[in-house]
Design a protein around this ligand. Structure first.
Ligand code: ZN
Length: 260
Protein backbone atom coordinates (compact mmCIF):
# COMPACT_ATOMS: atom_id res chain seq x y z
CA UNK A 1 0.00 0.00 0.00
CA UNK A 2 1.39 3.37 -1.00
CA UNK A 3 0.67 6.76 -2.49
CA UNK A 4 1.93 6.61 -6.06
CA UNK A 5 3.07 9.90 -7.58
CA UNK A 6 3.34 10.24 -11.36
CA UNK A 7 4.96 13.26 -13.03
CA UNK A 8 3.61 14.21 -16.45
CA UNK A 9 5.31 16.82 -18.64
CA UNK A 10 2.99 19.34 -20.34
CA UNK A 11 3.33 22.49 -22.47
CA UNK A 12 6.99 23.61 -22.73
CA UNK A 13 8.14 23.16 -19.17
CA UNK A 14 5.20 22.32 -16.86
CA UNK A 15 4.80 19.19 -14.78
CA UNK A 16 1.33 17.91 -13.92
CA UNK A 17 0.98 15.28 -11.21
CA UNK A 18 -1.25 12.26 -10.74
CA UNK A 19 -1.57 10.81 -7.22
CA UNK A 20 -3.05 7.40 -6.53
CA UNK A 21 -3.76 5.48 -3.35
CA UNK A 22 -2.93 1.95 -4.49
CA UNK A 23 -5.21 0.36 -1.89
CA UNK A 24 -8.46 2.20 -2.55
CA UNK A 25 -7.65 3.20 -6.14
CA UNK A 26 -8.60 6.80 -5.44
CA UNK A 27 -6.83 9.02 -7.94
CA UNK A 28 -6.21 12.78 -8.02
CA UNK A 29 -4.59 15.26 -10.40
CA UNK A 30 -2.60 18.29 -9.26
CA UNK A 31 -2.73 21.44 -11.44
CA UNK A 32 -4.03 19.85 -14.66
CA UNK A 33 -3.25 22.69 -17.06
CA UNK A 34 -3.75 20.40 -20.05
CA UNK A 35 -6.62 17.87 -19.84
CA UNK A 36 -5.37 15.81 -22.81
CA UNK A 37 -2.12 14.89 -21.02
CA UNK A 38 -4.06 13.68 -17.97
CA UNK A 39 -6.73 11.84 -19.97
CA UNK A 40 -4.16 9.99 -22.06
CA UNK A 41 -2.31 8.84 -18.95
CA UNK A 42 -5.53 7.75 -17.20
CA UNK A 43 -6.68 5.88 -20.30
CA UNK A 44 -3.38 4.00 -20.58
CA UNK A 45 -3.69 2.89 -16.96
CA UNK A 46 -7.48 2.43 -17.07
CA UNK A 47 -7.83 4.62 -13.99
CA UNK A 48 -10.75 6.93 -13.18
CA UNK A 49 -10.14 10.43 -11.79
CA UNK A 50 -11.79 11.33 -8.49
CA UNK A 51 -10.26 14.64 -7.44
CA UNK A 52 -8.48 17.69 -8.86
CA UNK A 53 -6.27 19.85 -6.62
CA UNK A 54 -5.42 23.37 -7.79
CA UNK A 55 -2.62 25.52 -6.34
CA UNK A 56 -3.44 28.87 -8.03
CA UNK A 57 -5.47 30.47 -10.77
CA UNK A 58 -2.93 30.66 -13.63
CA UNK A 59 -4.16 29.03 -16.84
CA UNK A 60 -1.28 26.56 -17.15
CA UNK A 61 -2.50 25.09 -13.83
CA UNK A 62 -6.27 25.29 -14.35
CA UNK A 63 -6.82 25.03 -18.13
CA UNK A 64 -7.83 21.34 -18.00
CA UNK A 65 -10.46 21.60 -15.25
CA UNK A 66 -13.56 21.93 -17.45
CA UNK A 67 -12.73 19.06 -19.82
CA UNK A 68 -11.62 16.76 -17.00
CA UNK A 69 -14.71 17.48 -14.95
CA UNK A 70 -16.96 16.81 -17.88
CA UNK A 71 -15.26 13.51 -18.75
CA UNK A 72 -14.50 12.14 -15.27
CA UNK A 73 -16.91 13.92 -12.84
CA UNK A 74 -13.90 14.59 -10.58
CA UNK A 75 -14.42 16.94 -7.62
CA UNK A 76 -12.40 20.14 -7.87
CA UNK A 77 -10.54 21.72 -4.91
CA UNK A 78 -9.04 25.21 -5.20
CA UNK A 79 -7.96 28.20 -3.07
CA UNK A 80 -10.84 30.18 -1.60
CA UNK A 81 -9.03 33.43 -2.37
CA UNK A 82 -9.49 32.62 -6.08
CA UNK A 83 -13.29 32.17 -5.81
CA UNK A 84 -13.81 34.96 -8.32
CA UNK A 85 -11.37 33.64 -10.90
CA UNK A 86 -11.48 29.81 -11.01
CA UNK A 87 -14.69 28.21 -12.23
CA UNK A 88 -16.24 24.75 -11.74
CA UNK A 89 -14.81 24.37 -8.23
CA UNK A 90 -16.64 22.14 -5.70
CA UNK A 91 -14.56 22.78 -2.56
CA UNK A 92 -12.79 26.01 -1.56
CA UNK A 93 -9.65 25.58 0.51
CA UNK A 94 -7.88 27.65 3.13
CA UNK A 95 -4.87 27.23 5.42
CA UNK A 96 -5.40 24.42 7.90
CA UNK A 97 -7.96 22.44 5.89
CA UNK A 98 -7.16 18.96 4.64
CA UNK A 99 -7.71 17.01 1.44
CA UNK A 100 -7.38 13.27 1.02
CA UNK A 101 -6.38 10.75 -1.63
CA UNK A 102 -7.74 7.47 -0.28
CA UNK A 103 -6.24 7.16 3.19
CA UNK A 104 -3.54 9.79 2.57
CA UNK A 105 -4.08 13.25 4.00
CA UNK A 106 -2.61 16.53 2.80
CA UNK A 107 -2.61 19.78 4.74
CA UNK A 108 -3.37 22.95 2.86
CA UNK A 109 -0.64 25.59 3.28
CA UNK A 110 -1.43 29.20 2.34
CA UNK A 111 1.65 30.53 0.53
CA UNK A 112 0.95 33.91 -1.12
CA UNK A 113 3.53 35.72 -3.22
CA UNK A 114 3.47 34.36 -6.78
CA UNK A 115 -0.27 35.03 -6.63
CA UNK A 116 -2.25 36.30 -3.63
CA UNK A 117 -4.26 33.09 -3.26
CA UNK A 118 -1.57 30.47 -3.82
CA UNK A 119 -1.83 27.28 -1.75
CA UNK A 120 0.27 24.11 -1.56
CA UNK A 121 -0.58 20.54 -0.56
CA UNK A 122 1.61 18.83 2.05
CA UNK A 123 1.32 15.07 2.64
CA UNK A 124 3.03 14.75 6.05
CA UNK A 125 3.03 10.92 6.06
CA UNK A 126 4.79 10.91 2.68
CA UNK A 127 6.89 14.03 3.34
CA UNK A 128 5.74 15.31 -0.05
CA UNK A 129 4.90 18.92 -0.92
CA UNK A 130 3.11 19.98 -4.12
CA UNK A 131 4.33 23.55 -4.24
CA UNK A 132 2.88 24.83 -7.53
CA UNK A 133 4.76 27.99 -8.50
CA UNK A 134 5.99 29.01 -5.02
CA UNK A 135 9.26 27.11 -4.76
CA UNK A 136 11.30 25.78 -7.69
CA UNK A 137 14.60 23.94 -7.76
CA UNK A 138 17.16 26.68 -6.97
CA UNK A 139 14.47 29.32 -7.53
CA UNK A 140 11.05 30.64 -6.59
CA UNK A 141 8.00 31.91 -8.47
CA UNK A 142 7.82 35.41 -9.88
CA UNK A 143 5.90 37.94 -7.80
CA UNK A 144 2.93 38.55 -10.07
CA UNK A 145 0.62 39.69 -7.28
CA UNK A 146 2.31 39.49 -3.90
CA UNK A 147 5.07 41.51 -2.26
CA UNK A 148 8.62 40.30 -1.61
CA UNK A 149 7.78 40.21 2.12
CA UNK A 150 4.81 37.88 1.48
CA UNK A 151 6.88 35.51 -0.65
CA UNK A 152 9.71 35.57 1.88
CA UNK A 153 7.23 34.54 4.61
CA UNK A 154 5.81 31.77 2.41
CA UNK A 155 9.29 30.36 1.79
CA UNK A 156 10.04 30.59 5.52
CA UNK A 157 6.94 28.46 6.13
CA UNK A 158 8.22 25.82 3.71
CA UNK A 159 11.57 25.89 5.55
CA UNK A 160 9.83 24.61 8.71
CA UNK A 161 8.92 21.30 7.00
CA UNK A 162 11.22 18.28 7.56
CA UNK A 163 14.45 18.63 5.51
CA UNK A 164 13.79 15.32 3.73
CA UNK A 165 10.49 16.66 2.31
CA UNK A 166 10.27 16.00 -1.42
CA UNK A 167 9.15 19.05 -3.37
CA UNK A 168 7.09 18.51 -6.50
CA UNK A 169 7.35 21.83 -8.37
CA UNK A 170 5.22 22.72 -11.37
CA UNK A 171 7.99 23.87 -13.75
CA UNK A 172 11.29 22.60 -15.12
CA UNK A 173 13.17 25.88 -14.64
CA UNK A 174 16.06 24.23 -12.83
CA UNK A 175 18.89 24.90 -15.27
CA UNK A 176 18.12 28.61 -15.74
CA UNK A 177 17.51 28.98 -12.00
CA UNK A 178 20.86 27.37 -11.25
CA UNK A 179 22.68 29.73 -13.60
CA UNK A 180 21.15 32.68 -11.81
CA UNK A 181 21.91 31.12 -8.40
CA UNK A 182 25.58 30.92 -9.37
CA UNK A 183 25.57 34.65 -10.20
CA UNK A 184 24.73 35.51 -6.57
CA UNK A 185 26.41 32.54 -4.85
CA UNK A 186 29.39 31.71 -7.10
CA UNK A 187 31.57 29.92 -4.54
CA UNK A 188 28.91 27.58 -3.15
CA UNK A 189 30.40 24.11 -3.69
CA UNK A 190 27.02 22.37 -3.21
CA UNK A 191 25.59 24.58 -5.93
CA UNK A 192 28.49 23.93 -8.32
CA UNK A 193 28.15 20.20 -7.74
CA UNK A 194 24.40 20.29 -8.25
CA UNK A 195 24.75 22.19 -11.52
CA UNK A 196 26.93 19.41 -12.94
CA UNK A 197 24.19 16.91 -12.16
CA UNK A 198 21.44 19.18 -13.52
CA UNK A 199 23.30 19.94 -16.77
CA UNK A 200 23.83 16.24 -17.30
CA UNK A 201 20.15 15.42 -16.73
CA UNK A 202 18.94 18.21 -19.03
CA UNK A 203 21.31 17.14 -21.80
CA UNK A 204 19.51 13.80 -21.70
CA UNK A 205 16.17 15.62 -21.54
CA UNK A 206 15.43 14.08 -18.13
CA UNK A 207 13.50 15.84 -15.34
CA UNK A 208 15.43 17.40 -12.46
CA UNK A 209 12.39 17.20 -10.19
CA UNK A 210 11.21 16.44 -7.58
CA UNK A 211 13.80 18.17 -5.46
CA UNK A 212 14.00 18.03 -1.67
CA UNK A 213 14.12 20.68 1.01
CA UNK A 214 17.59 19.72 2.25
CA UNK A 215 19.11 20.26 -1.19
CA UNK A 216 17.23 23.54 -1.63
CA UNK A 217 18.46 24.80 1.74
CA UNK A 218 22.02 24.29 0.47
CA UNK A 219 21.63 25.61 -3.09
CA UNK A 220 18.55 27.84 -3.47
CA UNK A 221 19.52 31.51 -3.01
CA UNK A 222 15.92 32.46 -2.15
CA UNK A 223 16.13 30.20 0.93
CA UNK A 224 19.60 31.45 1.80
CA UNK A 225 19.08 35.15 2.50
CA UNK A 226 21.15 34.67 5.68
CA UNK A 227 24.23 33.54 3.71
CA UNK A 228 27.20 35.92 4.26
CA UNK A 229 28.49 35.11 0.75
CA UNK A 230 25.18 35.98 -0.95
CA UNK A 231 24.78 39.12 1.18
CA UNK A 232 28.24 40.23 0.17
CA UNK A 233 27.54 39.65 -3.54
CA UNK A 234 24.34 41.71 -3.46
CA UNK A 235 25.87 44.39 -1.23
CA UNK A 236 23.48 43.98 1.73
CA UNK A 237 25.64 42.57 4.49
CA UNK A 238 23.61 43.89 7.42
CA UNK A 239 20.08 44.21 5.98
CA UNK A 240 17.12 42.15 7.27
CA UNK A 241 16.49 38.92 5.37
CA UNK A 242 13.30 40.05 3.57
CA UNK A 243 15.27 42.94 2.08
CA UNK A 244 17.97 40.55 0.84
CA UNK A 245 15.23 38.36 -0.62
CA UNK A 246 13.71 41.36 -2.44
CA UNK A 247 17.09 42.27 -3.94
CA UNK A 248 17.78 38.72 -5.15
CA UNK A 249 14.29 38.50 -6.69
CA UNK A 250 14.79 41.87 -8.40
CA UNK A 251 18.08 40.72 -9.90
CA UNK A 252 16.48 37.53 -11.17
CA UNK A 253 13.62 39.47 -12.78
CA UNK A 254 16.05 41.80 -14.52
CA UNK A 255 18.39 39.20 -15.91
CA UNK A 256 16.84 35.76 -15.99
CA UNK A 257 13.14 36.05 -16.63
CA UNK A 258 10.93 32.95 -16.31
CA UNK A 259 8.06 32.86 -18.78
CA UNK A 260 5.40 32.07 -16.12
ZN1 ZN B 1 1.73 30.55 -11.90
Amino acid sequence: MSLEIHQLPAFDDNYLYILRDTQSGETAAVDPGDASVILKFLKNHRWPLHKIFITHHHFDHTGGIAALKQKTKAQVFAPKYDEHRISQVDHWLEEGLEVTVGSYKAQVLFLPGHTLGHIAYYFASEKALFSGDVLFAMGCGRLFEGSPAQMYQSLEKIKTLPPETKIYCAHEYTLANGRFALSVDPNNSDLLQRMDIVENLRQKNQPTLPTDLQLELKTNPFLRCHSPDIRKTVGLTTSPEPQVFAEIRKRKDQNYTDPI
